[in-house]
Design a protein around this ligand. Structure first.
Ligand SMILES: Nc1ncnc2c1ncn2[C@@H]1O[C@H](COP(=O)(O)OP(=O)(O)O)[C@@H](O)[C@H]1O
Ligand SMILES: [Mg+2]
Length: 392
């Protein structure tokens, strides 16, 4: 009787006694065990509550995992590049749940330039992050190239992000201490496929593609917003992604620079990658092949709305810009012809490849006409025939 004391039994103590067959009222060892048990119980209850909020039930989570396994096998050949089914995402903030996505269905086919528009807070970034494998849904499925990625673990998701997806963010997200070319090289380091020299070459080619090869050794702070975004776009293309995800790509740029970036993106999109962009900027939708609207975590409807029209000043600036590009284009053609002297004929597509996309995408007239003009102005012994330049 010396080292025991009777306490008033609480329901928890009763539960403990029932579960363990021991008395919960003893001081000393038993009491410690009871305290331990209580702690564990408490944690479990919190965990249970969280699981319930997140996934409705354990059963549902289990079912999602099981579905994912069978989907993976079925996903070898696929009809649509991306299929999103009944997607939900609920964030937990302390004890309150925020429903960011509330049942999104979406099908995206290869080659499109999708724009998802919606007000701030409507769930656009959340949707992109899920499609891009940066986060996992609480309910629903996402198929990328026929593979259900909604229940993959972090390692598998990281691999998909690295191999199949490029990201462009509103604030560029470049590494400030690195130069433009080093920033573009970062994803190449992670995929580890190229030699050091191969990485440099590929990065330089990408910078040329966005018209920034001459700025390769500048750090982000030495570049304008538009230039930084072009570096970010080059970086997004480093691993030749099937899908490029753009979160407000022009959100931090003035409208003129925004239009230049959009022209570049449209040109890059035509080379084959599928683009999914979100914005609350109507100008982006002018460049898209398909537009979806989002509100309160749901896609509301599909279709284009009349976007922002270019003002007269913007048009004038754009005309001047394109005239300058035409001159740049001609001098690049010259450089190319000079480097390829002695050839009897050259595919025009090869000449085009040597010219930055940003220039090609912003020309006042079509490329062949400019080439023809250059031939005539300089009395070159050359003619255009079936998309080839015949040199005599
Ligand atoms: N990591 C997070 N934790 C908690 N709530 C979040 C988180 N991310 C987004 N949310 C909430 O989810 C909703 C949708 O956000 P978001 O997808 O960023 O919308 P948008 O990109 O359209 O502005 C908002 O209410 C936002 O506050
Ligand atoms: Mg956002």
């Amino acid at each position: 009787m010396v080292n025991t004391r009777y306490l008033k039994k609480t329901p928890l103590m009763e539960q403990y006694e029932e579960e363990t067959g021991k008395l919960a009222i003893w001081k000393g060892e038993l009491s410690k065990q009871f305290e331990k048990w209580k702690k564990k119980k408490g944690k479990e209850t919190i965990r249970k509550q969280k699981l319930e909020i997140i996934s409705q039930s354990r059963e549902e989570k289990k079912k999602m995992k099981k579905d994912a396994k069978s989907d993976k096998i079925a996903g070898k050949d696929y009809e649509h590049l991306i299929v999103v089914e009944n997607l939900h995402k609920t964030y937990l903030l302390g004890t309150t749940a925020v429903a960011a996505l509330r049942g999104v269905d979406l099908v995206i086919d290869s080659g499109n330039f999708i724009d998802i528009m919606g007000p701030s807070g409507s769930g656009k970034t959340t949707l992109l992050n899920l499609i891009g494998g940066l986060d996992t849904p609480t309910r629903g499925k996402i198929f990328l190239e026929g593979r259900n990625i909604s229940m993959l673990n972090d390692n598998n998701l990281a691999e998909i992000r690295r191999e199949r997806i490029g990201f462009v963010f509103q604030f560029y997200n470049l590494l400030p201490q690195m130069t433009a070319i080093e920033n573009v090289m970062v994803p190449l380091h992670f995929s580890g496929k190229l030699s050091r020299r191969g990485k440099r070459k590929r990065s330089m080619d990408l910078l040329r593609l966005v018209g920034l090869d001459e700025r390769a050794h500048h750090t982000p702070s030495e570049l304008s917003g538009g230039e930084q975004q072009r570096v970010a776009i080059a970086r997004a293309f480093a691993n030749d992604p099937a899908i490029v995800i753009l979160d407000e790509p022009t959100g931090d740029l003035d409208s003129k620079t925004g239009v230049m970036i959009l022209n570049l993106l449209r040109d890059l999109n035509r080379r084959g990658a599928t683009f999914i962009s979100v914005s609350h900027d109507a100008a982006v939708s002018e460049f898209a092949t398909k537009v979806f609207h989002m509100r309160d975590g749901k896609l509301t409807h599909e279709g284009k709305i009349g976007g922002l029209k270019e003002t007269e000043i913007m048009q004038l600036q754009r005309r001047q810009e394109t005239e300058i590009n035409k001159e740049k284009c001609k001098s690049k053609i010259f450089q190319y012809l000079f480097a390829n002297q002695g050839k009897a004929e050259i595919a025009i597509s090869e000449i085009k490849k040597s010219i930055p996309s940003l220039i090609i995408a912003n020309l006042p007239e079509n490329f062949n006409d400019i080439l023809q003009e250059l031939i005539e102005e300089n009395n070159l012994f050359a003619k255009i025939e079936n998309d080839r330049l015949i040199l005599r």
